[in-house]
Design a protein around this ligand. Structure first.
Ligand SMILES: [Zn+2]
Ligand SMILES: [Zn+2]
Ligand SMILES: [Zn+2]
Length: 285
């Protein structure tokens, strides 16, 4: 099994918190909040007014239903003063988020001599080897390479670091679910994904990723096949057209766009269309 085939494609399911059951006394304290869904029928000002009311109501509910019912809800001014009193700490923390304070890999616990990778999505420091294993199959993470001279570089999804601390490029493919059965030899679970030489643009909520199109490769019969439109869509990537996969939209973007259009009518959808148009270098959506 080659190195690319040995990686697992992460597909973590986001756990949604189940709403905690509210005791009767607490529910009596709650007043009905304006339903967000109906806001699609409101005009712009009404929506913002309803949204503000909704947020304030939820804010008050949190305080009234907390265990310490004697605690009064914090007013806007008090919250502002509270943040202001911590201004320096907050600023320091923000600066810290762009620095690295260790050179120990969080996965293999090795000391990295030529610098360290800090991944904001993994919330972890990684040595170059662990970074390559972790992010060759998960290109959406935001990674920064901190060198020994304290300078840093934001890494593209296709950029990795050699054992001597040099930045090199390697192909990274769009992550798809592997085929359960090979279409050529019918063997089960022998299919893996490798990166082809064909470039594609993937539009995600974090921005555009320039990746390589994947190929299914069977380790039993050694045949390679390009994924179909069904394979892309079932993995959450929607191509611009069903025949060509040069531009792919992640399903999260489309769902986000759909809900935003419902909530804010046409204005945001027009703006998003402009943004996507720029992101895809004016390719036809
Ligand atoms: Zn490591
Ligand atoms: Zn990561
Ligand atoms: Zn096969």
């Amino acid at each position: 099994m080659n190195e690319e085939c040995s990686g697992n494609i992460p597909h973590a399911l986001e756990e949604t918190e189940s709403p905690s059951s509210s005791p009767a006394k607490e529910s009596e304290l709650r007043s009905p909040s304006p339903p967000i869904v109906e806001s699609s029928l409101m005009d712009h000002d009404d929506f913002h007014s309803a949204l503000e009311q909704n947020v304030l109501q939820e804010f008050n509910n949190v305080h009234f239903t907390s265990k310490n019912l004697t605690q009064k809800p914090m007013c806007k001014e008090t919250a502002f003063e509270s943040w202001k009193s911590k201004q320096e700490i907050v600023y320091g923390s923000l600066v810290d988020s762009y620095t690295a304070n260790q050179n120990l890999c969080g996965l293999c616990k090795a000391i990295s001599g030529y610098g360290i990778i800090k991944c904001k999505d993994c919330c972890n420091y990684l040595c170059f080897s662990c970074d390559r294993k972790r992010h060759s199959y998960d290109p959406s993470h935001q990674r920064m390479y901190f060198k020994t001279d304290s300078s840093f570089k934001s890494l593209l999804p296709t950029e990795f670091i050699t054992s001597r601390g040099e930045v090199v490029e390697q192909r990274v493919h769009v992550p798809l679910f592997p085929l359960p059965i090979c279409t050529e030899c019918d063997s089960r679970e022998t299919s893996c994904l490798i990166a082809s030489s064909k470039i594609c643009y993937v539009v995600t909520r974090k921005g555009r990723l320039d990746l390589n199109l994947p190929v299914f490769h069977c380790q039993n019969c050694e045949k390679s096949t390009f994924p179909t439109v069904e394979d892309y869509i079932s993995s959450g990537f929607w191509p611009g057209t069903p025949e060509r996969f040069t531009v792919l939209f992640h399903q999260d973007v489309l769902e986000f766009w759909h809900h935003l259009r419902l909530l804010t009518k046409n204005v945001v959808s027009i703006m998003l269309r402009v943004v996507f148009s720029i992101a895809t270098k004016n390719k036809t959506i």
